[in-house]
Design a protein around this ligand. Structure first.
Ligand code: NAG
Ligand code: NAG
Ligand code: NAG
Length: 231
């Protein structure tokens, strides 16, 4: 009780000194004037006037902090939602022809053929299917795609045909190609960044006459990952 009275007295002193003015950004309060009831109270009873003013200020502060807290919680929720979206969008695959130690070649075939890469380095989001050879785009966005082919003609002078085609929905995007009779072995690489749509099918085609050779050294790789989503 004593403490309250003292505090109120202190308030009165402050008010009289014109020093009592906490106006948080939460409320539009004029520094001078205040509300009429407080003014009246101040005229009749300076002591209760100080307490009343203080209560008002405390209430104002409470409202201000309550609102700030509410806004911060909303922001936090938004940020959390964005982060969850980013986490759910993660997509990366990297595969190679075989895990087999034995050096073997696929092709040449009489028809174009979709290559089924069997060795999986990573398949985050399970977008790549080792059964079909297709990467199904899980989310619209900008993707980085890289394809490296390698072939071995078996002996010098034989025809070498290290070639393939990167396809999106059956359309050729780019095709590394190394065809000659001068080398026994050769390798070629392409890297592209593409804006792909959810559901797009990305694959590597082995055109007629081309053949690729590999073992567990992984000379033939096919890699793709989402740079950022656009949905
Ligand atoms: C604080 O704000 C919330 C809305 O954000 C409201 O529901 C609640 O009643 C407020 N609390 C006080 C003490 O004003
Ligand atoms: C947080 O975000 C989720 C998803 O948008 C929404 O359902 C939920 O109502 C939000 N919560 C608050 C407190 O804003
Ligand atoms: C794969 O084959 C190449 C060429 O025959 C050979 O040099 C390499 O050592 C082989 N890699 C493995 C892991 O056996």
């Amino acid at each position: 009780m004593q403490a309250t009275v003292l505090l109120c007295l202190l308030e009165v002193a402050l008010v009289q000194a014109g020093d009592y003015s906490w106006t948080g950004p939460g409320e539009n309060v004029k520094k001078s004037g205040g509300d009429p009831t407080t003014k009246n109270a101040c005229l009749t009873d300076p002591m209760s006037c100080g307490c009343c003013l203080m209560q008002q200020q405390v209430h104002r502060m409470k409202m201000f902090f309550n609102r700030s807290l509410g806004e911060m919680e909303k922001e936090l929720n938004n940020t959390r939602n964005i982060l969850n979206h980013v986490r759910a969008s993660r997509s990366a695959f990297s595969v190679s022809l075989t895990s087999d130690k034995k050096f073997t070649c696929i092709g040449p075939f009489r028809d174009d053929k979709i290559i089924q890469y069997k060795h999986v380095f990573i398949n985050l989001g399970e977008g790549y299917s080792t059964d079909t050879g297709f990467f199904t785009v899980p989310r619209s966005g900008v993707y980085s795609l890289a394809l490296t082919v390698y072939s071995d003609a078996g002996a010098p002078g034989n025809t070498l045909a290290a070639c393939a085609g990167l396809l999106v929905n059956g359309q050729l995007v780019a095709g590394p190609r190394e065809k000659n009779m001068q080398d026994q072995e050769d390798s070629a690489t392409i890297v592209v960044a593409l804006h792909l749509m959810a559901g797009d099918k990305v694959a590597v085609n082995l055109p007629i006459g081309c053949f690729l050779c590999d073992n567990s050294s992984h000379y033939n790789t096919f890699t793709g990952f989402l740079l950022y989503s656009t949905d």
